[in-house]
Design a protein around this ligand. Structure first.
Ligand code: MRU
Length: 340
């Protein structure tokens, strides 16, 4: 499918993985060119590339660079798989290429096929979910689940993009998303690039606007969804879901098939990444907490399935009660190899 999107997070050409350095946005748009699997692992670890589907695709191309650099598939899978624990897409991307490579196939063709399926599924999410927002156009989102997080289209932003293309007066409330500001730095940047009206709000302002009647719906992406529909996503998502329920607002979760982990029966089995204290104790490189104060910094939380109004999947809009059936009927090539 030719790209019509103004934002593309990464691409492979000339034997190198090109990616937008997401740490530098919105100030500067810097494109990095990576030629070694070690560089890809470091880019994932440091959130130079981030967002569940995007790190899955980056890792898939990391496997390609490993093959070209004479590394073993075992070494590359272990290195890339040790970068971030929560997003299951990372492991699906690695295993998809490893399975082909270990059987003597072409890792590059496998990685390109994987990227195309992710982009196509995000587009399908957009088409499947758009009508939900035509009559509920003022939408709150948390973190960045746009093109930067998925290569193109996004998950949570895809239905909003499609609805806007159909003429809906979409307005996006963008949670800033402490501590790394994926909302104010990245989601707002994507929306600004496309001219989609939006306002950045402090993380703790969502409840105020919901209660004031200025929000029609909430939509987020996901890093891993357990078999029962519990959703791991950026820290703070759980609070938005609870406050949405309190205010009788629908709470939607948009995700490609690679984000569903049928091997975890509930969210309790999902590993949650805990990142460095400095991300909380400092702001833009300056210490804001007293010296000697400690911090905790879980990067994700788990929202119980009972708060999810519906999942927006490539196969359509699915209520939590229908999730098991939808997962059974997803395409064979969307199931992953399963070594995680
Ligand atoms: O730590 P990050 O920035 O990688 O976290 C990303 C998120 O939590 C996104 O909401 C999630 O990956 C969905 S991306 C389509």
């Amino acid at each position: 499918m030719p790209s019509t999107m103004p934002v593309r997070a990464l691409w492979y050409s000339g034997g190198r993985l090109h990616l937008i350095d997401q740490r530098k946005l919105p100030g500067r748009k810097v494109i990095l060119q990576l030629s070694k699997v070690e560089q890809v692992a470091e880019a994932i670890r440091t959130l130079t590339v981030r967002g569940a589907p995007a790190i899955g695709v980056a890792a898939a191309f990391g496997m390609v660079l490993a093959a070209r650099g004479g590394r073993s598939s075992r070494f590359a899978a272990k290195l890339l798989g040790s970068t971030r624990p929560t997003a299951v897409d990372l492991f699906v991307g690695i295993d998809t290429v490893r399975g082909v490579w270990d059987r003597g196939g072409d890792p590059l063709a496998a990685a390109e096929g994987y990227r195309e399926r992710i982009v196509e599924q995000c587009h399908q999410i957009g088409e499947a979910g758009a009508s939900l927002f035509e009559r509920r156009p003022r939408v709150l989102t948390h973190c960045n689940a746009g093109a930067l997080a998925t290569v193109e289209w996004g998950t949570s932003l895809a239905p909003l993009r499609v609805a806007r293309g159909r003429g809906a007066p979409i307005f996006v409330w963008v949670d800033e998303t402490r501590p790394l500001l994926q909302g104010s730095r990245l989601t707002a940047w994507e929306l600004r690039e496309e001219g989609i009206p939006h306002a950045v709000i402090a993380d703790n302002a969502g409840g105020y606007f919901m209660r004031a009647g200025e929000v029609d719906a909430v939509i987020v992406g996901a890093d891993r969804i357990a078999r029962n529909g519990d959703v791991a996503n950026k820290i703070g998502t759980y609070e938005k879901a609870v406050v949405a329920r309190e205010n009788h607002l629908p709470f939607y979760v948009a995700a490609p098939w690679s984000t569903f982990d049928v091997r975890r029966s509930t969210g309790r089995a999902i590993p949650v990444e805990e990142r460095a204290e400095g991300e909380v104790l400092e702001f833009a490189g300056h210490r804001t907490a007293p010296s000697g104060s400690r911090a905790r910094n879980p990067a994700f939380d788990v929202t119980p399935a009972r708060y999810v109004t519906a999942f927006i999947t490539p196969g359509g809009v699915v209520r939590p009660a229908g999730l098991a059936r939808a997962l059974r009927s997803r395409p064979e090539d969307a199931r992953g190899q399963g070594s995680w």
